[in-house]
Design a protein around this ligand. Structure first.
Ligand code: NDP
Ligand code: GDR
Length: 325
């Protein structure tokens, strides 16, 4: 049975990737942080299943700023594949907590690479990097060759980590992959990301539990896909015979306003009656035209995103409505 180790297993992507790997016959190990609450809602259906938890799914306490523990766990588990998904993932918040963002996202990745390098049989390593490395990009759409030009602390930390992955691949021969991931969402998305915030609000307004929705820049545009498609790309990238970097994207731009229209239409409401602008939610700097060209992933890995934007937003909104019933 192949063994995988996931950092960030409790997050949106970690939970979908765990489901995928279990379905593909893997034994899955994940790093979890000590928190005041044991609730790990995205994994609850798996670790409450006695046929899965501590049979094929194992959780280990570890933290990205605790390399001693990470090294011990990785040495004991000896995985064939490592998926590194952990990090402070909120771009807007990275302006408020730049040091922790860089500590976990930049230095945390370097620490892991150092551990990989020392393991007797270095595992294949996937790094979840981001379209935010491009910031104000020279190319539209962006490819694996587009120069990095981040415009926020999060993007800067990811750019550092991305380049380190390249260095460890080239200088130390590690099977190390950068997945340059564009925005991907799902009903398990964190509540303070814009799609989930909008879908939750549309459902709550429909149910009479909320009156207004405050947002920042509604003209902002992103390349939004479904998380299920993106975790499949991660897995495919580590199964390929050679390591490389891959853009994972839909190639289509939509605005926050498009999200509003689709979410509110899913519950037969007109968004214009409920939305107000809050200047506190505007970011000091916004990236421009982040839209990806996933031709390489399609040609080399056979990866194609299958879930359309309109279906994604509808699924998210109806999931919120169901949760309120
Ligand atoms: P989430 O925010 O949902 O999950 C982040 C995960 O990282 C959680 O499991 C969290 O644990 C863990 N984590 C955070 N800090 C630490 C730390 N110091 N030590 C150990 N674990 C930590 O993110 P997503 O699942 O959406 O994204 C996964 C990765 O992909 C992230 O690195 C993100 O930056 C990147 N990415 C995501 C994109 C997206 O659109 N979703 C696009 C591009 C890149 P806990 O539950 O304890 O907080
Ligand atoms: P992003 O996602 O910054 O692209 O990072 P987010 O959903 O936070 O923002 C998308 C766009 O919406 C605008 N916006 C708002 N955003 C939030 N969160 N809340 C609001 O109220 C709001 N109003 C408008 C933002 O300004 C922005 O333009 C995500 C994360 O998953 C990163 O980890 C990942 O690397 C990138 O996607 C690719």
């Amino acid at each position: 049975m192949p063994t995988a180790f996931i950092t960030g297993i409790t997050g949106q992507d970690g939970s979908y990737l765990t489901e995928l790997l279990l379905a593909e016959g893997y034994e899955v190990h994940g790093a979890v942080r000590r928190t005041s609450s044991l609730e790990r809602s995205r994994l609850a259906h798996l670790y409450t299943d006695p046929a899965v938890y501590n049979q094929r799914l194992f959780l280990h306490y570890a933290d990205l700023d605790d390399p001693t523990t990470l090294r011990r766990v990785l040495t004991t588990v000896a995985p064939r594949e490592v998926y590194h998904l952990a990090g402070q993932s909120h771009v807007g918040l990275s302006f408020e907590i730049p040091e922790t963002t860089c500590e976990f996202t930049a230095m945390g990745t370097l620490r892991l690479l150092e551990i990989m390098r020392d393991l007797p049989e270095p595992p294949r390593f996937f790094h979840a990097t981001s379209s935010e490395i491009f910031g104000r990009p020279a190319d539209v759409p962006q490819t694996e060759q587009t120069p990095m030009a981040p415009v926020n602390p999060y993007g800067c930390a990811k750019a550092f980590a991305t380049q380190m992955v390249r260095i460890y691949r080239e200088a130390h021969g590690l099977f190390a992959v950068n997945g340059i991931l564009y925005n991907h969402e799902s009903p398990r998305r964190g509540e303070n990301f814009v799609t989930r915030k909008i879908c939750r609000a549309a459902a709550a307004i429909k149910a009479g539990r909320q009156q207004k929705l405050s947002l920042g820049d509604t003209s902002a545009r992103r390349d939004w896909g479904h998380a299920r498609d993106y975790v499949r790309g991660m897995w495919l990238a580590l199964r390929h015979e050679t390591p490389g970097d891959y853009v994972f994207a839909t190639g289509r731009l939509h605005s926050v306003q498009d999200v509003l229209e689709n979410a509110f239409a899913s519950v037969d409401l007109d968004w214009t009656s409920y939305v107000e602008t809050d200047p506190h939610l505007m970011r000091p700097a916004e990236p421009m035209q982040l839209v990806g060209d996933a031709s390489k992933a399609r040609a080399v890995l056979g990866w194609v995103p299958e879930i359309a934007f309109t279906d994604l937003i509808r699924e998210m909104t109806l999931a919120e409505l169901q949760a309120l019933a």
